[in-house]
Design a protein around this ligand. Structure first.
Ligand SMILES: [Fe+2]
Ligand SMILES: [Fe+2]
Length: 179
């Protein structure tokens, strides 16, 4: 991360903090959805659980890795930088849907899709920033996590497609599962 930080240390801390704020929210969202999935007795929802738990753990790893990077650059992982405040404001609606007590699982996945789209675009942005800075090590780290995010997005997209097809066309379509 040194090359990137050498350009603009505060700027690097700010983009990492932005991502951290989002990943922290992501873990909360996954935890809430997993809780709801536990209460479901739909075997197809149950079959999705393991994969969702893996993704939750990946979001947690992203959170912890970002905290370490921010500290290594001399930043405070709890600082409410401008970009952190931007993310806070942007995610209000997604959190409102998923954390609502009356939210259904299809509604939760609908909102999670919005979150994962941003997650993917944002890790991609970090990767491109590292390329511009000629920071190969940072690029590798960002790209590894982007590949994980791409899997989250694929899975959540498929789930939303399935829930929507069932609801709108009334067809019994199978939910995504690795089983
Ligand atoms: Fe993420
Ligand atoms: Fe994700």
């Amino acid at each position: 991360m040194d090359k990137l930080a050498n350009y603009n240390r505060q700027g690097a801390i700010d983009v990492l903090s932005e991502r951290l704020e989002f990943e922290r929210t992501g873990v909360e969202l996954y935890d809430r959805i997993l809780e709801a999935m536990d209460l479901s007795n739909d075997p197809e929802i149950e079959a999705m659980r393991e994969e969702m738990e893996d993704y939750r753990d990946e979001e947690k790893e992203h959170e912890e890795w970002l905290e370490d990077q921010i500290r290594a650059l001399g930043g405070d992982p709890d600082a409410r930088t401008r970009r952190v405040q931007l993310v806070e404001a942007e995610t209000v609606g997604i959190e409102r849907v998923i954390l609502a007590s009356h939210a259904t699982i299809p509604e939760m996945f609908h909102a999670l899709l919005a979150a994962e789209l941003v997650d993917n675009a944002s890790w991609s942005l970090l990767g491109n920033l590292a390329v511009e800075a000629g920071d190969d090590e940072a690029e590798r780290e960002f790209m590894t996590r982007l590949e994980e995010e791409a899997r989250h997005l694929l899975f959540v997209t498929k789930a939303v497609e399935t829930f929507t097809t069932r609801e709108v066309l009334g067809e019994p379509v199978s939910l995504p599962s690795t089983a």
